[in-house]
Design a protein around this ligand. Sequence first.
Ligand SMILES: Cc1cc2nc3c(=O)[nH]c(=O)nc-3n(C[C@H](O)[C@H](O)[C@H](O)COP(=O)(O)OP(=O)(O)OC[C@H]3O[C@@H](n4cnc5c(N)ncnc54)[C@H](O)[C@@H]3O)c2cc1C
Length: 495
Amino acid sequence: MTLFARLGLPQAWQARPRYTLLMVDWSDGESFIRLWQRWKEDPCRPDRLHVVALSASLVESSVLGSRLRALTPSSLHSLVDQLVAQWPLNLPGTHRLDFEELSVTLTIAVGPLAVTMPRLAVSADAIWAGEAAAVELPKVVSSESRSPTDRMLGLAVDQKEARHAVVVGAGIAGAGVAHALALRGWRVQVLDVTSRRQQEHGAHVAAALTPMVTRDDDIRARLSRAGSLRAQARWSQVSEDILWRCGALQLQRMSGRIVDLKAVLAGLSFPPEWVRFVEASEASDIAGLQLNRGGLFFPTAARLRPERLIETLLAVEGVERLEVHVERVDRVDGQWHVLDKHGKTCAAAPQLILAGALGTQDILQRSALLEPGARLSAMHALGGEITLLPESALSGGPRCIVSGDGYVLPALEGNCVVGSSYVHGAQCMAPSIAGGLGNIERAAGLLGQSQLPAKFNNFALDPLNGWAGWRAVLPGRLPFIGPLFNTQGLWVASG
Ligand SMILES: Cc1cc2nc3c(=O)[nH]c(=O)nc-3n(C[C@H](O)[C@H](O)[C@H](O)COP(=O)(O)OP(=O)(O)OC[C@H]3O[C@@H](n4cnc5c(N)ncnc54)[C@H](O)[C@@H]3O)c2cc1C
């Protein structure tokens, strides 16, 4: 029996605004292509089709393309081409691909079924376990008329106006959330103390978007990989001036906690397009500078300009910005009210996302929503600073990000960002001479120089050549992303 007959399609999806199918057996992807085509042709189709697929590994995109072209009629080849164009590298973890202006989404969890299945949290309308199902699963489950997303967000189908959210914080976290919601047709109000934001973050001219690897591919490594992949896919249209895939070298450390990066990578079997080990000579060729050690090279890592990226994300249709210092939040009649220090409601919506970094903790505290012992109550500030060095100090600067103990970014408008320090227990943060000198020393060490000519130390003396800020750090160095326990419609994206 075919996929359509067993799932009762297209009738099964016609009464629904959205339809989510869990495909336990991705196989060669033919079923997905045929399902997508059926969705396209159906005048009574749901607004959204979401396929969540499990696959032990991924074939290369060229192999996928040839196989699918052989299995499907030429009328479906344009869909095959779109799938191939977005097809991810064979990396364990979760990959998400969007088509048809975000109306069709494919989420693929890659890895052994015994690993991916228990980690999956999905509300599916139906489950497809393949023609010769090896896993005992019901053919069709769930007859609820609400979509998985709406169930998760606590929305009723007839509450279309409920697709309205307020986000507190216009940093990269808040802007990323607002952008993603707006692309899905949500109305989003983003609240921030704009003048404070400019003052506190304006001079953070460039940052590194790089994943990390660990020997056991722990949760931080997996999260950084998923985040990097998602950012690359979601922000693929952002101009190179803002997000430049220059690649990143993570050099073997010479002091401190020395880890044999070559051995770490050998145990992970990642594709070389994602990360590979390079010896010093190849690392030097990549960086365009003489380096005295090798390390890991991440070809898709990027240098980004945080504030410009945030502006771009918030410029999407459906996002409105409001200048407000949020004092506290309160739930009244199913809506989250956001109040200023005079107790005035500045915005209200059924869904509220707190993306205010350290400010999130304060807001929850003032709203009597921070439970003692909660993970968020352990969030603390970790200071740090970067220094701007003229590219001439670094022989023109590297062509890619060079990191290890600290980092040096490729030059931007004549200056390289070098950083960064970690300052525990500081009460206030501002560029300091000690911080600047530390950064200069780190940069010199990374680029194989014992020290830079003394004249460049003057750059540490001028506070205009640096930026200092805070990192909001949670236990385990993991962010808090998701619904706040014991609340409805209140989410946190901080840390
Ligand atoms: C020196 C240094 C260098 C760094 N370099 C890198 C790097 O190269 N790569 C990298 O990935 N990360 C880097 N980071 C970390 C990175 O800057 C942070 O992870 C990131 O900025 C966090 O974004 P966010 O949106 O969570 O928080 P933020 O950018 O801090 O944004 C939070 C926003 O919430 C607003 N807010 C807070 N409270 C309220 C309130 N009550 N009412 C209204 N608005 C409020 C604030 O005004 C702010 O605009 C660096 C950090 C430092 C300190």
